[in-house]
Structures are given as structure tokens and as C-alpha cells.
Design a protein around this ligand. Structure first.
Ligand SMILES: Cc1cc2nc3c(=O)[nH]c(=O)nc-3n(C[C@H](O)[C@H](O)[C@H](O)COP(=O)(O)OP(=O)(O)OC[C@H]3O[C@@H](n4cnc5c(N)ncnc54)[C@H](O)[C@@H]3O)c2cc1C
Length: 413
């Protein structure tokens, strides 16, 4: 290393600029405490600070910024859901993603590559036609495509005409995209901290102080904090944290795994998924193939990866892209996903006053990061539930008004 560079690095004339709040003591009181500094928590802090002028915020994480599911997801962004409530909500999030790099002055590396969901049965074709019509009706670019079009979109795909999973057609979603997940959370947190939000990592919430049905503060491993309100945005720990507030959520938590191969030359442009094979794949801008599928078969709080899942994903992906038989798997990992009965989130008010829920994000919450930040901030600042998230309130389960997205979520994330 040149000596001049070393001198520059150690010179106090050029102090390193903190991107996030330098570590400092917790204050005794904040207007807002956000539990969980993943993409959602950071986004909520950002929108509160920038659009509502609320900056006295503690953004707490028991681990490090973005180290939960935000760091572990496969970054699929799409809005081709089935229900009008779901399509409207995710459509708005995809729109916000397009503005995000400008909004944050931080490159989130959005790549709009389109997503192709394969149909191997007549039943799948029927349900894709339904989804395409619903999507088009709400202004989302989705269409049912035939085998020939599938072949043109993905020339390297094995069509398996006489195989067990013949490709009959697909649902083509031109709005499908990916973004760099760490950039999203770093961008939100940096801009929130620049406006006065305090990020406190290694700060675990261990209890919620509730008096007469009203949230008054949180207990952490670094001391107690009183606050005006609490927002929980803890993804895979939603029911554990909600339990501290005495709230029971209809959630079962499962590990979800993914893996990545060695890099290849660019050859797969769209994101491809197969609900029948329970697998999806995309080639990153680095050339690696990211491969994911369904959740582990049993509820568990563990982020270990397993040989069984590697075998399952490998067998499934080789049905679609046999050339990957030569590929080496470089990494495999897992996150904890909070699954709700209808595969939609739980957002909004809770039975505890001044305690807000951003939960139940299962396998699909990365793409919702901007819209969650925006709508939850609006709720906290104004006390009014935004129309877009009203269908996702916890109360829906007591009224049997589920927003069923199970079919539109399977293996496409
Ligand atoms: C393998 C995998 C692939 C996925 N693929 C996709 C995809 O392609 N597209 C998509 O849209 N979604 C996907 N998801 C889902 C997505 O990752 C999540 O829904 C999303 O990241 C949730 O964001 P979050 O900010 O709510 O949670 P997180 O990023 O998990 O942040 C929550 C934070 O809360 C902290 N926390 C927990 N308990 C406490 C406590 N007691 N005190 C303080 N802090 C606490 C955690 O440390 C964590 O940092 C995938 C998930 C996994 C695991």
C-alpha cells in the first residue's frame, strides 16, 4: 500500500464519515421505538423522519443492521398476486422500488428482468389465466404465455415434452425484478440516521411495558426505555415479540433455505419459478445462480442449512436446467419465516394501544419493504390506518376475512 494512502487513512484531518449513528447510550425516552432494524424497521424510521418530521426514534436490533431475513432473502420483487388487496399493495411497492435509488441517493441496484412462473398442469394454466386477468385489471403487467413464448424467453430451459413435468406454458410478469437487499436496508438506515434517528445494534428487546392496555416502553438488555409508541418489525420473531406484549398472532415459523452456485457467463435473464417442482432460480449480475424453494417441512427457530434441502433443491432445479449438474454450490443459508394462514402479512393496529404490528412476512416481505415503511409511518404519525394495509389487519382472522395468497406465493417468493 502506498505510504501516502496509509497517511491519509490515519490522518484526523479526514475523519471517517459515519453512515449510521455512532454507538451512544440509549436515552430514557423516545417518541417512537422500532423493534427490528431490518429493511422494514429502517424504512419505517426513514418515512417517519422524512415525511412526518418525527425523528426522535430508536431503531433497535438485537443483532446488526439488516442481519435478519433482509440479509438472507433472494430479492425477488413482483406484484403478480391473486387478490385485489394483494395486487394493489405489492404494485405500489414495486412502483416505489423504481424511485428508491433517487429517494435514498443510494444505488439499490434494481434490475427489472421479468419473472416467468412455469405451468406443468392444466390446473396451473387455469389459475394463471385467472391471475393474469386480475393483474391486468389492476394495471400489473402479467400475461399467460404458451410453450413457444416460454422457449423464447428462456432458451436454456428443458421443456420436458414427454417428462414428468412438461412445460405447458407460463405466467409472464414483465414487472418482476430484483434489487440488492443490503443496499435497500443500508440506504434507508443511512438516510434515517442523517435525519436524527438513532440506530442501536446489539440491543435486544426483552419485554414490553404495558399499563392499562397501553404500550409505555420496552425493556432491553441495555436498560429500559419509555416511549410514545412501539412498532414491531421483527420478521421471523414476530410471535415471540408480540407475546411480550400479550398479543397472540396466528403464525407458525419455519426455516426457509436458499443456495447459490459458482458464477457462469450471463445466460438467464428472467427470474424463473416452478410451483409444481417447488423451486425458483435467478442468475445474479455476478453470474451466480441463486436457487430457492419451499420452507422446511417443520416449524423451527433455527438458521442452519441442511443436506436434505440441498438435495431437494438440486433435484428440482436439474429438471429445469440439467446443465447445472456441473455447478458447484458455493453457499447455502436459511432464515426464519413467519407464515400466516392466508400467506398475507399482519399489519396495522393491535389490541394494545400505541403498539403497532408489521408482522407475518413469511417468504414474501422483501418486495414489500418500501410500501411497509411508507404505510406504517403514515399509521404511526396520523393514527389512521391507510387504505392499502387495512385488509391486512390482525382482526381479519376473527372475522374470517382472510386475504388468501397461498397459490400466488408458492415457490415464487
Ligand atoms: C431464504 C429466504 C428467501 C426469501 N426470499 C424472498 C424474496 O425473494 N422476495 C421477498 O419478497 N421476500 C423473500 N423472503 C422474505 C423476506 O426476507 C422477509 O419477509 C423480509 O426480509 C422481512 O424484513 P424485515 O425487515 O421485516 O425482517 P428482518 O430483516 O428479519 O429484520 C428483523 C430484525 O429484527 C431483529 N429482532 C428480532 N427479535 C428482536 C428483539 N427481541 N429485539 C430487537 N431486535 C430483534 C432481528 O435481529 C432482525 O434484524 C425470503 C426469506 C428467506 C429466509
Amino acid at each position: 500500500m502506498p505510504l501516502s494512502l496509509l497517511k491519509y487513512g490515519f490522518s484526523d484531518r479526514f475523519p471517517a464519515k459515519f453512515q449510521f449513528t455512532p454507538t451512544k447510550n440509549l436515552k430514557k425516552h423516545y417518541d417512537v421505538v422500532i423493534i427490528g432494524a431490518g429493511g422494514h424497521g429502517a424504512a419505517i424510521a426513514f418515512y417517519l423522519a422524512k415525511y412526518h418530521g418525527i425523528t426522535d426514534i430508536a431503531l433497535l436490533d438485537r443483532s446488526y443492521l439488516g442481519g435478519g431475513n433482509t440479509a438472507r432473502n433472494t430479492a425477488v420483487i413482483r406484484s403478480n398476486y391473486l387478490t385485489p388487496e394483494g395486487v394493489r399493495f405489492y404494485r405500489e411497492s414495486v412502483r416505489l422500488f423504481h424511485e428508491l435509488s433517487n429517494e435514498l441517493n443510494y444505488n439499490v441496484m434494481l434490475e427489472e428482468r421479468g419473472q416467468l412462473t412455469l405451468a406443468c398442469t392444466d390446473a396451473a394454466i387455469r389459475s394463471f389465466r385467472w391471475r393474469a386477468e386480475m393483474n391486468q385489471h389492476l394495471g400489473v403487467r402479467s400475461e399467460l404465455v404458451d410453450r413457444q413464448m416460454v422457449r423464447e424467453l428462456v432458451p436454456s430451459l428443458r421443456m420436458a415434452e414427454n417428462g414428468r413435468y412438461p412445460v405447458l406454458g407460463g405466467l409472464w410478469h414483465a414487472d418482476g425484478a430484483t434489487a440488492r437487499h443490503d443496499a435497500v436496508v443500508w440506504g434507508y438506515a443511512r438516510e434515517a440516521c442523517a435525519r436524527g434517528v438513532e440506530l442501536h445494534q446489539l440491543t435486544e428487546v426483552q419485554g414490553i411495558d404495558i399499563q392499562n392496555g397501553v404500550a409505555k416502553g420496552v425493556r432491553t438488555n441495555r436498560g429500559d426505555i419509555s416511549c410514545g409508541c412501539v412498532v414491531q418489525a421483527v420478521a421471523g420473531m414476530s410471535s415471540v415479540v408480540a407475546e411480550m406484549a400479550g398479543i397472540r398472532l396466528p403464525i407458525h415459523s419455519y426455516p426457509l433455505q436458499a443456495m447459490v452456485t459458482q458464477p457462469y457467463k450471463p445466460m438467464l435473464d428472467p427470474l424463473v419459478s416452478s410451483p409444481q417442482l417447488h423451486v425458483y432460480v435467478q442468475q445474479t449480475s455476478r453470474g451466480e445462480f441463486v436457487i430457492g424453494g419451499g420452507s422446511d417441512p417443520y416449524p423451527l427457530y433455527s438458521t442452519r442449512s441442511t443436506l436434505e434441502m440441498k438435495e431437494t433443491l438440486s433435484a428440482a432445479i436439474l429438471e429445469l436446467f440439467p446443465f447445472l449438474a456441473q455447478a458447484k454450490v458455493l453457499r447455502q443459508w436459511a432464515g426464519i419465516t413467519d407464515m400466516t394462514p392466508d400467506y398475507s402479512p399482519i399489519m396495522g393496529l393491535s389490541p394494545v394501544e400505541n403498539y403497532y404490528l408489521d408482522a407475518g412476512w413469511g417468504t414474501w416481505g422483501f418486495k414489500a419493504t418500501p410500501i411497509c415503511g411508507k404505510t406504517m409511518a403514515q399509521l404511526v404519525a396520523t393514527g389512521t390506518v391507510p387504505d392499502l394495509i387495512q385488509p391486512f389487519e390482525l382482526e381479519r382472522f376473527y372475522r374470517f376475512e382472510q386475504v388468501n395468497e397461498a397459490g400466488a406465493t408458492a415457490a415464487s417468493h
